[in-house]
Ligand binder design. Sequence first.
Ligand code: CMP
Length: 224
Amino acid sequence: MDEKELLRTVPLFSELSDADITSLGRLASRRRYPKDTVVFFENEEGDFFFMIVEGRIKVTILGDDGREIILSMLGPGDFFGEMALLDNEPRSATAIAVEESELLSLHRTDFQGTIGDNPAISAALIKVLSTRLRRANHQISTLALLDVYGRVARVILDMAREEGRRLKDGRIAFRRATHQEIANRIGTTRETVTRMLKDLERQGLVKIEGRELVLQPGFEKAFD
Ligand code: CMP
């Protein structure tokens, strides 16, 4: 696929005319990032906007003690790096490719020109930012209002709803994230997550089936 066809896969640009997509395609650069490569660090100056063609990008904040809190996992069709270009502040978080990824990037001038010329894109952008703010509010309430047991359960439910699939019997199955990843979403330790998961399993609320974790009936009701 060429840059133009790749841009068509980004929902943000779905409103663009063919001519606009073609000219934007000429301005975009394409690059592959091996697994575990940093795209940029928090607090750096940033001049590029990124779109994910393939792979997974972790948006994360690192504490001084090396602990991290995962803000979001983004996948194909998603974008990131817009904030530094919109408010002229440094990067608000670090972006890391957690799988080999292919990204398209646009320079600040071209990004600003595109949204300036296309109100439909600005509207689409604001919609995505609102959704992200809702998720962030949800994350704040999870962290501030629930005890650690509730946090583990809530983050599993969120991940299952975002990434999982509904089985015919209504249960949700999703990839078994590592205990470290779950811990890093809620600022706790891997050992705590392991302990809580065992407990949830003992209560019959989650079940491990092959490479997947399956939320059992009652889980959603208990932790929504
Ligand atoms: P920027 O600040 O340029 O660099 C870090 C990027 O991470 C930011 O732009 C957003 O694209 C993205 N980002 C920051 N916070 C969140 C969040 N809470 N949810 C999803 N993406 C985020």
